[in-house]
Design a protein around this ligand. Structure first.
Ligand code: ADP
Length: 799
């Protein structure tokens, strides 16, 4: 039992011992000595896989034992559930765990009863903005991967969130876990924390560069890995690891490449190495796994992944569905998959060690930079840190690839010998401060300009900067912006300038919108407000919209003007009372108009325009200009016009999704993965939900417009045309099944309750269990399909 442990719930030591923690690792020991179990704040800057999580657990458990409550901040949503599952093993000590994901705009009241709460920094920021009452009760906060404060998109949120938490709870214990970075001492300074810094690893790591016939390692040793003429360097190294048995097993490899496409093609190529080395038993298990992967979704990506996995090789990138990702990670940890080709996203967080890490690409295309750019030292070090599985491998090997002697020297200088870059705050930038200044004022952290500046003094930026005036200057620019857009009011009389959020400013802060997104959405909605100036084109004579690119549009399609809201449970909103009737004036807004509007806000990552896109979308733009909310910029305003078209491309992707276009078609048409489609759809749904709330603050907006915003959002949620909204809302139905049911004459939830079971079963391709579940979810009294024969109905067989 780790001897130095005190202040923890009784039995924790034994429990740790039972899971293989015979003694604390040296950095953990140092953390305990620094007082992490006595409520001391701490920055732990140690390499990947050297037990940072346990340091955090010791802090949280001891804090809870003293009657407190802990918050664990993760950098990625995908990690939240992984961490929660990890912490749930403490439930036998009466420690409860909750994870807060999902929508940003709620106060997560139920979390008040949990001892440990896991959430992303964005979620925590939002919980603070929405006044979650339990925030005041926190005694311990852990920030995982705190070096990400350096990230220009997400870092400022983490920085401001930690500053707010510490301001609300002056005695708060702050535990920050970091990779080994160049300036961990500055982070410790900022957080008034003790510093534990170490290069210690539980398993030896040899880093080297392969060129020609050998790997040269940092300790001066060499390993012969000859590459034949025409042979692939990566394949040779993967084969070499697999053919070198330790403990009766060959070693797995993790190959890092610079793009999703490269990850996929690398995985395909490496099946030639992994396939022939599989045992019969492994082949059987991999075949089962491949079936499971195909079952997740019927897309090309799913198919490609399954094909590779059958041969023991896999790819991993952010475009994969999350079920795919975890299947791959688990099978790799189980040593069933022998090699994973991954983009650098895998290096951060997810625990997937391999005997050998191969950093194939050390440069990556950078859109802003406009060319190939070397990866950061920190990033490469984190990839390398994935090498070596404690208890399984005698050592880990990280290998960079060079194709000439000069590059070999460069790689040694640039990465092997180099120290990771220092972390630098990115807070003093307008986009970051725009949102955080508004939220800081709206949530009552500052009521004057001086108060605001002194709050910002608690950030890493303030700790680091030599340029005292810069933060104040950017803050003033941002205050001007917020004032002009009606989000804050300033009172310039008296000593220090007074600041207050307006009603809409409060709404924007709680909705978690970038104020610039809110301004854009409000402007767009104002163009359709009832002052006679809105776009009202592109409705046909019957007041009905027909998508221009829609070959299947049916002349009898009633469109959303007669869609009935049966089965929806949003009754207490006046705007939803009754369907808009067919006799109304032509609707002023179309889904595309709304999708384009939300796609041009800074909260959406627009799709890039590729070659040829400019021409294509310029054409689309003029064809459908009447639907777009706001004035199309002139073609001579290069940047604005380009942005407008990129948003149009994104808007069209969303429109395709809502028009039931196949995922594969969409992926191909826009050059994205299925995970990206999901991401764009989720973001747009969230923004449209916000737009609906904002619409209430726009003078002259009528109920119909609000209904249309909601329908455009619901169509995204289910990925269907309006006539399927009711059906697709039944659990387990989904967009494809809804369409098949509809074609078989079952058009609504009510129809499902009445329909001939054989027709239902036929439309669901004879899948009995699915059909029963769907009937049950639709509220059918007797969902059983015993004795029902799908072929007995002629119309069912047709689908
Ligand atoms: P990090 O968060 O630093 O990347 P982890 O906390 O994930 O690393 O630890 C890596 C692995 O080491 C985990 O599987 C963990 O259970 C194990 N581990 C941590 N501390 C010890 C210890 N003192 N003794 C044995 N194994 C440990």
């Amino acid at each position: 039992e780790p001897s130095s442990l005190s202040g923890l719930p009784a039995g924790v030591g034994e429990a740790l011992e039972a899971e293989g923690v015979a003694e604390l690792y040296p950095p953990q020991e140092a953390a305990v000595e620094a007082g992490v179990t006595d409520g001391e704040s701490l920055v732990a800057a140690v390499p990947t896989a050297s037990g940072k999580t346990l340091i955090a657990e010791l802090a949280m458990l001891s804090s809870i034992e003293r009657g407190g409550k802990a918050l664990y901040i993760v950098p990625l949503r995908a990690l939240a559930s992984e961490k929660k599952a990890e912490f749930e093993r403490w439930e036998e000590f009466d420690v409860t765990v909750g994870v807060s994901t999902g929508n940003y705009d709620s106060d997560g009241e139920w979390l008040a009863s949990r001892d440990i709460i896991v959430a992303t920094s964005e979620k925590v920021d939002s919980l603070i903005r929405n006044g979650a009452p339990w925030i005041d009760d926190l005694t311990c906060v852990v920030s995982d991967e705190v070096h990400l404060v350096d990230d220009s998109h997400r870092g400022p949120t983490l920085e401001v969130t930690l500053a707010k938490l510490r301001k609300v709870n002056p005695g708060l214990q702050t535990v920050a876990l970091s990779a080994t970075v160049g300036n961990a001492d500055v982070i410790a300074d900022w957080l008034d924390a003790e510093l534990v810094e170490s290069d210690w690893r539980p398993i030896e790591l040899h880093t080297g560069v392969h060129f020609g016939n050998a790997i040269n390692f940092d300790d001066g040793s060499q390993r012969e890995v000859p590459v034949e003429r025409g042979e692939d360097q990566t394949a040779r190294l993967v084969a070499d690891a697999l053919d070198t048995e330790e403990d009766g097993q060959g070693g797995s490899s993790l190959v890092f490449v610079n793009s999703r496409r490269n990850a996929e093609s690398s995985a395909r190529k490496l099946t030639d190495v992994t396939g022939p080395r599989l045992t019969g038993d492994e082949r059987d298990r991999l075949r089962e796994l491949a079936e499971e992967i195909r079952g997740v979704s019927d897309t090309d990506t799913s198919e490609d992944l399954a094909d590779a996995v059958e041969e023991g090789s896999a790819f991993h990138h952010a475009g994969l569905a999350s079920e795919h990702r975890s299947l791959v990670e688990d099978a790799f940890r189980d040593r069933l998959i022998k090699c994973v080709s991954a983009t650098p996203t895998l290096a951060a967080g997810v625990n997937t060690p391999a005997r050998r890490v191969i950093v194939r690409d050390w440069r990556r295309y950078d859109g802003e930079f406009g060319g190939m750019k070397p990866l950061d030292v920190l990033e490469v070090h984190q990839m390398c840190g994935r090498a070596g599985r404690p208890g399984l491998d005698p050592y880990g090997e990280a290998v960079l690839l060079a194709n000439n002697a000069d590059t070999r020297e460069e790689l040694f200088e640039r990465y092997v010998w180099a120290e990771a870059e220092p972390v630098r705050s990115k807070l003093a930038a307008e986009p970051a401060l725009r949102t955080h200044v508004l939220a800081t004022v709206a949530s009552g952290f500052a009521a004057t300009r001086d108060g605001l500046l002194s709050f910002l003094d608690n950030t890493l930026y303030a700790t680091q900067t030599d340029d005292e005036g810069r933060l104040a200057a950017v803050t003033d620019t941002v205050l001007d912006y917020l004032e002009v857009n009606g989000f804050v009011e300033r009172d310039r009389d008296g000593g220090s300038e007074g600041l207050a959020a307006t009603g809409i400013g409060h709404t924007v802060s709680r909705l978690y919108l970038d104020p610039m997104s809110a301004a854009e959405i409000l402007d767009g909605l104002r163009t359709v407000a009832d002052d006679g100036s809105g776009p009202v084109g592109s409705a046909d004579a019957d007041g009905e919209f027909v998508a221009a690119d829609d070959p299947t549009a049916d002349a009898d399609d009633p469109g959303f003007t007669t869609y009935t809201r049966a089965g929806e449970d949003e009754p207490d909103d006046p705007a939803s009372e009754g369907p808009a009737s067919a006799g109304d004036a032509a609707p002023a807004v179309t889904p595309l108009g709304l999708y384009h509007l939300v796609s041009r806000t800074p909260d959406t990552y627009e799709l890039y325009l590729k070659s040829g896109d400019r021409e294509e979308y310029t054409e689309v733009c003029y064809e459908r200009e009447a639907e777009l909310l706001g004035d199309t910029p002139s073609e001579y305003e290069d940047v604005r016009f380009e942005d407008w078209l990129a948003a149009l491309k994104t808007g069209r992707l969303l429109e395709d999704w809502a028009n039931e276009v196949d995922e594969d078609r969409i992926a191909e048409r826009y050059g994205v993965g299925p995970g990206d489609i999901r991401g764009k759809v989720d973001t747009a749904e969230w923004l449209l939900r916000a737009a609906e709330t904002l619409a209430r603050d726009v003078e002259g907006i009528d109920g119909d417009t609000v209904v249309q915003v909601r329908e455009a959002r619901k169509r995204l949620e289910y990925g269907v045309r309006e006539e399927l909204l009711d059906l697709a809302g039944v659990r387990n139905v989904g967009r494809k099944r809804a369409r098949r049911l509809y074609e078989a004459g079952i058009e609504s939830r009510a129809d499902l309750r009445e329909a001939d079971k054989a027709v239902v079963l036929g439309a669901l391709r004879g899948r009995e269990r699915t059909a029963e579940r769907i009937l049950e979810n639709a509220g059918r009294e007797d969902p059983s399909l015993d004795g029902v024969d799908p072929d007995s109905s002629a119309s069912a067989a047709a689908t």
